[in-house]
Design a protein around this ligand. Structure first.
Ligand code: FE2
Length: 217
């Protein structure tokens, strides 16, 4: 592993990730108020709940990815899913991305599986806009490296479906309502301006899916 990978693995081994940007750094796409509430209250609550639920159980020594893969449906899975989902979510943004699209292998795979960057972005934004209720929309990879967009309800994650999450849009109202009220599509469209494609490329470069053989989750 290189230094960056080691750093990210260490960050991901903590349930509560450290934000790599200031709470107001993503404005005007995501406001300071939303980050403080979403990260500081919603994610912190999922972390607190999970720590309480797994204390002194067989799950206590597992990684967050292993818990998401293995936990039965119910409170442990719901909170673990939301912890992993938000770890991936908050670490995929940059106030000033160096590029506004991926390059190299990830770009080649997106063009192969979606036709163009524009079609990929449209399909992901549309999936998030039309998902009924609360949930997530993911760009994810299967074991053969094929990319797809997967809509997940509540705290679900592609790991539960044998797929690797690469990029996630949170469509719970707590992610956007303070800034965009009911205009979910506007929020999702603006997110493309702050995607850290180098982080997404790093996730995509690891072809392993199961957390049992991956160091990344
Ligand atoms: Fe959220």
């Amino acid at each position: 592993m290189n230094c960056l990978t080691i750093l990210i693995v260490n960050i991901m081994s903590q349930l509560m990730p450290t934000l790599p940007y200031a709470t107001d750094a993503l404005e005007p796409v995501i406001s300071r108020e939303t980050i403080e509430c979403h990260y500081g209250k919603h994610l912190q609550t999922y972390v607190n709940n999970l720590e309480r639920l797994i204390k002194d159980t067989d799950m206590e020594g597992l990684s967050i990815g292993e818990i998401v893969e293995l936990a039965p449906e119910g409170p442990v899975f719901n909170n673990a899913g939301q912890v992993l989902n938000h770890q991936l979510y908050f670490l995929q943004f940059s106030p000033k991305p160096r590029r506004n699209e991926p390059e190299g292998e990830l770009k080649r795979r997106i063009l192969r599986d979606f036709g163009s960057m524009e079609l990929f972005k449209k399909r992901m934004t549309d999936a998030g806009t039309t998902l009924f209720g609360s949930g997530w929309v993911w760009l994810c990879s299967d074991r053969e490296g094929r990319l797809e967009i997967l809509s997940c309800h509540n705290g679900d994650n592609p790991l539960r479906h044998g797929k690797k999450p690469l990029l996630g849009f949170d469509v719970w109202e707590h992610a956007y309502y303070l800034d965009y009220q009911n205009r979910r599509a506007d929020h999702l469209t603006r997110l493309w301006d702050i995607i850290d494609w180098e982080e997404v490329e790093r996730r995509a470069a690891d072809k392993s899916i199961s957390v049992a053989d991956s160091a990344n989750y």
